[in-house]
Ligand binder design. Structure first.
Ligand code: ZN
Length: 276
């Protein structure tokens, strides 16, 4: 059994064939997906989608959506988390975090706004007793500072691409690190080294579909200029992405599936009720 711990199945890229995409993933052995929401208006859709396919979800405001978000969305998140308290599919607060890669998010006012939304959502996670799913992009140290300041019940640092020292700091705070298609590129030597050196119990698998296409779906800028569309990532790619990690670590796929599933259930404890 595989768990895709980070999949945006509600994204518009899947509007034409969403149910078929989920079915293909199931046929490939992906039993459960975790669907993190990125903005307030998507919360009901993510909840309905998770319910339709037996999956889990997280509610939150993604840093890339902070510029368009309203302050009252934070109160709305509190209300939504309260209303969903009895829903076993609610697994975490997410996707939240900080993005210091996108230039428009790096201006001083936008850094300050991201930080405020991040801290407020950590507070809500703590208040509701939920773990968090974190977007980490050139922001690991500040994310760690927020976690130490507020104190939440762990979670997942998704699409992790930081240093070994930052990885250890997340693990020490009760987090697992999400690995996906980025490590399928041979040139990703630092990330591959990290994926090999971390203890097995620190790892969870994810696709981040439709984003982060693995190497076999990726079309270069030159390919795209010649008319080839960028490949669409999907949760059905998870076993093949997992095989990359299994090979890097010298494990067989069933052992990796068992270990990463146990890790996902540990850092997202409410998942246990969904796989029982
Ligand atoms: Zn995401």
């Amino acid at each position: 059994m595989w768990i895709d711990t980070h999949c945006h199945l509600d994204a518009p890229e899947f509007d034409a064939d969403r149910d078929a995409v989920r079915q293909q993933a199931r046929a490939a052995g992906v039993d459960r997906c975790v669907l993190p929401a990125v903005q307030r208006r998507d919360w009901p859709g993510v909840q309905a989608l998770a319910s339709r396919h037996g999956d889990g979800y997280a509610l939150g405001i993604h840093p890339l959506y902070v510029p368009a978000a309203q302050d009252e969305d934070l109160q709305a998140l509190d209300v939504a988390l309260t209303q969903s308290r009895g829903d076993p599919r609610l697994l975490a607060v997410g996707e939240i975090g900080l993005d210091f890669f996108v230039p428009a998010l790096c201006t001083p006012p936008m850094r300050e706004r991201q930080w405020r939304f991040y801290l407020a959502q950590l507070q809500l996670a703590r208040q509701h007793g939920l773990p968090v799913i974190l977007h980490v992009r050139r922001s690991a140290d500040l994310l760690l500072k927020g976690l130490r300041q507020i104190g939440v019940a762990g979670g997942i640092a998704h699409a992790f691409n930081g240093s070994a020292q930052q990885a250890r700091a997340f693990v020490d705070l009760g987090f697992a690190l999400g690995f996906g298609g980025a490590m399928s590129f041979e040139r990703a030597t630092a990330l591959r080294r990290l994926a090999c050196s971390l203890p097995t119990d620190a790892l969870v698998l994810e696709t981040d579909a439709p984003d982060i296409p693995p190497q076999w779906l990726y079309r270069s800028a030159a390919d795209r200029a010649a008319g080839a569309p960028q490949g669409r990532n999907s949760p059905a790619e998870l076993p093949r992405i997992a095989q990359v990690l299994a090979t890097l670590r010298g494990l067989d796929a069933p052992a990796l599936a068992q270990a990463t599933t146990a890790n996902a259930l540990r850092v997202l404890p409410r998942l246990q009720a969904l796989v029982a």
